[in-house]
Every structure is written in structure tokens, then in C-alpha cells.
Design a protein around this ligand. Structure first.
Ligand code: HAM
Length: 437
């Protein structure tokens, strides 16, 4: 079964205190089902590949993110929602899922389990971005992490699994934009070269990039300011500074992608806006609607130094990626899978008096136990109006419970096709339903 998006009608702006914060959304009815439907589908696929579920808190200690995502990144410098508790703790609403999963990996002793540990998760993340198309302040992601192996197959599995999930929900036209930023040694050499190059062009770059150059030179490549485009286009490429190990790793990843027929393009300026990455970084970009800028629907990469950075112990290599669910649902071709929890009503239950309503919940529970979902009107609508509703819903049967039936402990069951009616004792309802089901 698949669901189609409901028509959006523009409403008058309500009073300020009734308005949600900028960049957030209320999800109603089918929108909730779209979200649940995707998470259920993606989780199921991840489980087939041996991933197990993890849920981490919505907020963490602020230092978890500053230490992993890094000062000088947009997320830490401008976008994190930080709060101080009455006890003086500094907490942050999680802006992303990888650092919390790595924290939970150590805290729950997963490092002493057989490696790698493969986890999937879904939830809300918070970034104080300028609200615009594809940029929310509460965003939802489905992510996977493979912790405890440096093998290139983990990189391939991550990208493969995310593309499989996208294909299963109807996104057939996409490309994987991929790069390698190498290991620590490659990065030291590259950052030096990049800084030397940018220093020669200090007058032509934006003020933010001048600061980035001092604090975190790799971030100049994330700059969205047009002023820096030309300089960025001519900047040295990470691939030219890879160590032999990094080169071999990247070559293997590309061989896997070729073998799996995953379409990719090497994007030499892709470094991604989080500091914990090393080696492979990637984004998945679906074909955009005519005239619209293509936005990445998923992104990720390898983070071989994050484990040590957080735990202070030995290196724990990792690889992962996350799909932005809000963007995915807006992507052309998305086929809106329906979650299994959806129960299409089979019976419309009409209750016509206070006496009837008094026993109606008992009847609904009998129906639930018999696995019959009902629709009902709790209002005072007339029999005719309620039958009209049942007709519009297209249910095959209606149960009518009026004052007389309530006293007799019976219900009337009406076949909406033949218009025939049966009076059935409430005690016999389950047996009767089994016959007509
Ligand atoms: P990210 O690229 O920051 O990576 O986010 C992943 C996806 O979330 C993006 O591709 C995009 O679809 C969606 N997204 C990001 N920001 C917004 C926003 N403001 N509004 C709507 N959607 C957004 C990470 O978060 C990493 N933790 C991924 C990862 C997992 N790396 C390794 N493991």
C-alpha cells in the first residue's frame, strides 16, 4: 500500500504564541505515516544487512559535539542549540547522530563485543540554520554506523545500503558525490598546501574564510560565498596529497562501487562540514525538479579518529552515513511507503444514544481483539449522516448500536453492498465476524 501527499491549504497566520518556532514542522495524519513508513522500511532493510537499532538521548553534553564536530565548523560556531541546566551543566540538542552513537558505543561496552558493531537509528536533530528550502531547524535523519573496522567494505556497505534504501522508496536517479580526505598524515600535508594557496589570495576571499584559514583551514572548502568560488575552483585537491594507504583505501572503495554499479562522481572539493571525517566522504544527490538546486539527500563518511578523540584510548575506526528524511519526502519519485501499523477501517460503528455510547467501548474492544479496525463518530450525528460517512469511507459493514440494542445487548450489522441487516448478540459478535471476515 502507498500513501499520496494530502493537499496543503494555506491558512491565516495564527497569534504569535500559537505559532511553532521557525524551521520546525507539525506533522499531521498522513504526514506522520509518511515518516513512520519510511523509518519502518529503512530499518527493515538495515536489519536484513545485520544492523541493530540504537536510540540515544535527544540532548547530550555540549562538549561531546564541540570535541567531535570541531570548533570552526558552522554547526558548532553558529547552529547548535545549547542550554545550561539549573545545576550548571551545559547541554546541547543533538545536531547530528554519529558522535552520540560513538559515545554510547563506549558507555555501553560495545567496544568489548565482536567487532564491527553495526547500528541504525532515526530521530530528530537540531541545527539553527537559516530556514530555506531543504533546511529545517528540526530535521529528521535515518542513519547507520559501522564501528570497529577500517576495511573498505564498510565504506562500500554504507553507501550501498543507503542507495538501496533510496531505490526501495522510489529514488532511482541519483549520483554519489565522493572524495577522500585521507588519513591524519595526508591531512596535515594537505592543510598546509591549502593554507599556503589561500594565503596568496587573501584579498580575494570573504572575511569568514580569512578566519577559517586561521582556525580550521579545511573549512574554506565549505564556503558558500560566491566571492570565494573562483579561488576554491583552483585550490589544491585532497587526492593529490593522499598517503599510499589512503590511496589504496579509496581505490578499493571505488572498485566496490563499480562492482555494485553505483553511479558516482569524484568531487575533489567535497570535505563535508564536520571535522571528524577521514578517508572517504560522500553525499548522495538525487535528480532535482526542473529549475531547483539539487540538495544532498544523504551524506556520510569514515571517522577513524573519532573514537580515540572521545575516549582518549586507542583508535576505533568507523564509517557511516545518514539520510535526511524531510528532504527525501520532497524528492521527486518518492513512493510514500505505508507503515504496517496503519489499519484501514473495515467497519463503521454508529452509536445512537447515551446508553449505546456507554457500552460502545466494550464493543470496540471486542472488535480490536478480533483484529477489526473501526471508524466511528463520537458526535451526535443522525443515523443518516453517519451512514453517509460510512458510504464515503467505503467500508463493507456498519455496526449500529441504538438505545434498544443497548438494552438487548445486541448490535445491528449492516452489509453496505446488499443493504441486508442482521441483529447479533454482543456475546456472539466475534463468531459472527469470523464468518463475514
Ligand atoms: P549531514 O550531511 O550533516 O551528516 O546530514 C545528513 C543529511 O541530513 C543531509 O544529507 C541532509 O539530507 C539532511 N540535513 C542536514 N541538515 C539539514 C537541515 N538543516 N534540514 C533538513 N535536512 C538536513 C550528518 O549528520 C552525519 N552525522 C552523517 C554521518 C553518519 N556521517 C557518518 N555517519
Amino acid at each position: 500500500m502507498s500513501l499520496k501527499p494530502a493537499k496543503v491549504t494555506k491558512k491565516k497566520e495564527p497569534k504569535e504564541e500559537l505559532q511553532k518556532p521557525k524551521g520546525t514542522r507539525d506533522l499531521l495524519g498522513s504526514e506522520v505515516l509518511y515518516l513512520d513508513g519510511f523509518i519502518e522500511k529503512a530499518s527493515e532493510i538495515a536489519m536484513y544487512y545485520g544492523f541493530s537499532a540504537i536510540i540515544t538521548p535527544t540532548f547530550e553534553k555540549e562538549s561531546l559535539f564541540t570535541r567531535s564536530i570541531g570548533d570552526g565548523t558552522d554547526i558548532i560556531d553558529k547552529e547548535m542549540y545549547v542550554l545550561r541546566t539549573k545545576g550548571g551543566d551545559k547541554l546541547a540538542l543533538r545536531p547530528e547522530g554519529t558522535a552520540p552513537v560513538m559515545r554510547a558505543y563506549f558507555e555501553n561496552g560495545l567496544n568489548s563485543k565482536p567487532q564491527p558493531v553495526m547500528l541504525y537509528y532515526a530521530g530528530s536533530y537540531f541545527r539553527h540554520e537559516r530556514p530555506q528550502r531543504g533546511r529545517l531547524r528540526e530535521l529528521r535523519q535515518f542513519g547507520i554506523e559501522i564501528i570497529g573496522t577500517s576495511k573498505s567494505i564498510a565504506d562500500a556497505l554504507t553507501i550501498h545500503l543507503l542507495t538501496i534504501i533510496l531505490k526501495e522508496v522510489g529514488i532511482k536517479n541519483y549520483t554519489v558525490s565522493i572524495n577522500s580526505i585521507g588519513d591524519k598524515d595526508s591531512q596535515i600535508v594537505y592543510k598546509r598546501e591549502l593554507s599556503n594557496y589561500y594565503r596568496k589570495h587573501l584579498k580575494s576571499i570573504c572575511a569568514d574564510c580569512r578566519v577559517r584559514l586561521k582556525n580550521n583551514p579545511l573549512r574554506v572548502l565549505d564556503c558558500k560565498n560566491e566571492k570565494c568560488d573562483l579561488i576554491k575552483a583552483e585550490a589544491p585537491e585532497t587526492l593529490s596529497f593522499l598517503s599510499n594507504d589512503s590511496k589504496r583505501h579509496f581505490k578499493e572503495v571505488l572498485e566496490y562501487l563499480d562492482k555494485l554499479s553505483i553511479p558516482y562522481t569524484i568531487n575533489t572539493t567535497l570535505v563535508r562540514g564536520l571535522d571528524y571525517y577521514s578517508h572517504t566522504v560522500f553525499e548522495i544527490i538525487p535528480e532535482a525538479k526542473d529549475g531547483e538546486e539539487a540538495l544532498s539527500v544523504a551524506g556520510g563518511g569514515r571517522y577513524d579518529y573519532l573514537g580515540k578523540q572521545l575516549s582518549g584510548k586507542k583508535d576505533v575506526p568507523g564509517m557511516g552515513g545518514a539520510i535526511g528524511i524531510d528532504r527525501l519526502l520532497e524528492t521527486p519519485g518518492y513512493n510514500f511507503p505505508c507503515p504496517r501499523i496503519v489499519k484501514k477501517p473495515k467497519i463503521f460503528f454508529i452509536q445512537l444514544s447515551y446508553e449505546a455510547k456507554l457500552i460502545s467501548l466494550t464493543v470496540t474492544e471486542i472488535l480490536r481483539k478480533a483484529k477489526i479496525p473501526v471508524a466511528q463518530s463520537l458526535s451526535k450525528d443522525s443515523l443518516g449522516a453517519q451512514l453517509g460517512k460510512a458510504e464515503r469511507l467505503g467500508v463493507p459493514y456498519v455496526i449500529i448500536l441504538g438505545q434498544k440494542e443497548a438494552l438487548d445487548e445486541t448490535v445491528i450489522i449492516r452489509n453496505m453492498d446488499t443493504r441486508s441487516q442482521d441483529t447479533v448478540k454482543i456475546n456472539d459478535l466475534t463468531n459472527f465476524i469470523k464468518k463475514i471476515k
